[in-house]
Ligand binder design. Structure first.
Ligand code: SF4
Ligand code: SF4
Length: 222
């Protein structure tokens, strides 16, 4: 019998893709927190992020995420009634601005940072955000000092890359050989929202312009 044609939203709900991804993301968040705390303990370093009341300079930085992380944020926006045309317009404008910017010069508060300087998608924030822990005072973040000392999440990055591989398998997105389903935060959320109600979501996602590792490395160093 021919399998039913499903939209992305139906597919991820029925196959419990969001539950799986949210579990993996939560585990990655906890591993980063534990890893950063272990380094702090070993070297007697202060953990400033847990008590930081400064303007969140970290949330004004250039955030690159994997498509699967954007998909989970898109699901969260839908669940909380925040998938509006205005939201999509803002995501598109911000994505275009980030893609045209010099990465090192980018300093614009994230669309998901609320008026109280809190992340409005905190439980499903990207691993890039959750892996950031600094051992230097918040004032150095605000000043964008080159002397900031931060946690290096090697194992957690490998784990996130492994989830991306498994995600591509489960969504049958293998056609873009050598390219990663990776991009700026607002773009990854936007394409997930735009694919959500499409039955041809695989073709839609595959035909987008995805970077190779080398292209992203070159871009970040620009
Ligand atoms: S990275 Fe810097 S600005 Fe962000 S929460 Fe930590 S100390 Fe505060
Ligand atoms: S997603 Fe949340 S934690 Fe990440 S940059 Fe945006 S506001 Fe900050």
């Amino acid at each position: 019998m021919t399998p039913p044609v499903r939209t992305l939203g139906e597919f991820v709900a029925e196959d419990k893709i969001i539950d799986w991804l949210a579990g993996e993301i939560g585990q990655n968040h906890r591993a980063s927190a534990a890893g950063a705390a272990a380094v702090a303990k070993r070297h007697s370093l202060p953990m400033h992020c847990s008590t930081c009341t400064a303007t969140k300079a970290c949330c004004a930085s250039y955030v690159l995420i994997r498509l699967y992380e954007g998909l989970v944020i898109a699901h969260h926006l839908k669940q909380t009634g925040r998938d509006t045309q205005e939201q999509r317009d803002q995501l598109r404008a911000r994505a275009e601005a980030m893609e045209a910017a010099v990465v090192a010069d980018w300093a614009t508060p994230c669309l998901f940072l609320d008026e109280q300087e809190r992340c409005s998608v905190y439980s499903v924030r990207p691993t890039t955000c959750a892996q950031l822990y600094v051992y230097t005072p918040p004032e150095m973040c605000v000043a964008r000092s080159s002397q900031i000392k931060s946690y290096t999440p090697r194992q957690e990055v490998e784990s996130a890359n492994a989830v991306e591989e498994a995600f591509r398998e489960r969504l049958s997105l293998r056609r873009k050989v050598g390219r990663r389903y990776f991009g700026v935060l607002p773009r990854m959320v936007l394409v997930s929202l735009e694919a959500w109600d499409r039955t041809d979501f695989r073709d839609y996602l595959r035909q987008l312009s995805w970077p190779t590792d080398a292209e992203w490395t070159a871009r970040i160093q620009r």
